[in-house]
Structure formats: C-alpha cells, structure tokens
Design a protein. Structure first.
Length: 201
C-alpha cells in the first residue's frame, strides 16, 4: 500500500489532471439511490476529489480521505473543504457513515492486507449503510505501472462477502474503463449493505 501512496504523491499533479474530469455519474447515481437524503458519506481514497465534489453538490455530507499528502492538498482545493490524510489501516470510525465510496482505491491493498482493512471499512458503516468499491477484473496480484494491484473476479469477491454475516450483496457487475484509451480494461463494481438487525426483527 505504501508504495502505491508514494506513486500518487510523486505523480499527484498528473494524476489529478488525468482523472478529475472523468464521468462516474451513472455509478454514483446508482450508489446514491440506496442512501438517505443528505446522508454522511466517506470517499475512501478520494484522489482528485472528483467524486467527493459530485456528492457534495447533491447535498451529502462528505468526509474525503486519501493517503497521499499531495493529493489531499489538491483535492481539498477542488472540493472546498479539508481532506483527511489517512492510510486505510488507520481507519477508526465506528458506525459513522450512511455510505462509503471506495472507487478504485481498495484495489491497492495486498491480499494479506485486504481482509483486515475490509473489516475496518465495514466498522465505519452505520447499520443499513452501503459500500461501493471497484477493482480491476482479473486474477492478477502484484505491481503494475509502479503501483500494487489486487484484481478480483466475481466469484472470488462473492466468496469474501459471504464470509461476513453482517453484509448483504446488493449488486456486482462489470463495466469498461471510462477512459476511451483504456476501453479494453474491465472493472468489477460491488455494492454491499451492512445489515441492520432492527430491520430483521
């Protein structure tokens, strides 16, 4: 994970410019559809702040988080509010958020790190809260273009989610990369809900 943070710090300006205008509206709107109006959202690994701004403009309270100091500074200017510099392993929120948006961020955790960090992420969600996360679709784990990637296929991701009794799968689907020059790349999108025990009573 640290190697990937170093990459984003080194290339912060380039990464910001190349991603800040990308359109994630369709998936963001699908995510928003499961959330209460004006709810609290954590944008985990916010990068340029592109999606944080989209959510802020639609009336949500957004806590933007990124591990790179340089990206935090750029994103803070873009969204007009502070961005928390925090590594995923440092997450320590207890049932604070109605939604967590982890777009192309948890994919930088190693297989050894992933489950421990996933537990921390789930703990951040309120009962009934919804998590969106995305990964490159495939079986590769290792360094690619200076960053660590942990790819997933659908069955493997479903198996992980099924190990957590407090989670229910809303949807899992594949999409092409939104960047035209990377149209051959496929992403695995995942929406899960933290089950509210009160709803089951």
């Amino acid at each position: 994970m640290l190697d990937s943070i170093d990459y984003y710090s080194k290339y912060a300006n380039l990464y910001f410019e190349s991603t800040v205008e990308l359109d994630m509206g369709d998936i963001l709107d699908k995510f928003i559809g499961y959330l209460p109006e004006g709810g609290e959202i954590m944008d985990l690994g916010c990068g340029s702040g592109r999606d944080s701004l989209y959510l802020i403009e639609r009336g949500f309270g957004v806590t933007a988080v990124d591990g790179s100091k340089e990206l935090c500074e750029l994103a803070s200017i873009h969204i007009g509010q502070d961005v928390l510099q925090m590594q995923f392993s440092e997450l320590d929120f207890d049932e604070v958020f109605d939604g967590i948006w982890a777009c192309a961020s948890l994919l930088h955790t190693t297989p050894d790190e992933f489950e421990d960090i996933f537990v921390k992420v789930i703990k951040c969600l309120k009962p009934g809260g919804v998590l969106y996360m995305s990964f490159k679709h495939g079986e590769f784990s290792g360094f690619r273009n200076g960053r660590y990637f942990n790819d997933f296929k659908t069955k493997e991701m479903k198996d992980i989610i099924n190990r957590f009794s407090e989670l229910g799968l809303i949807d899992i689907w594949k999409t092409p990369d939104v960047r035209n020059e990377r149209g051959e790349e496929v992403w695995l999108n995942v929406l899960v809900k933290k089950i509210d025990d009160k709803e089951q009573e």
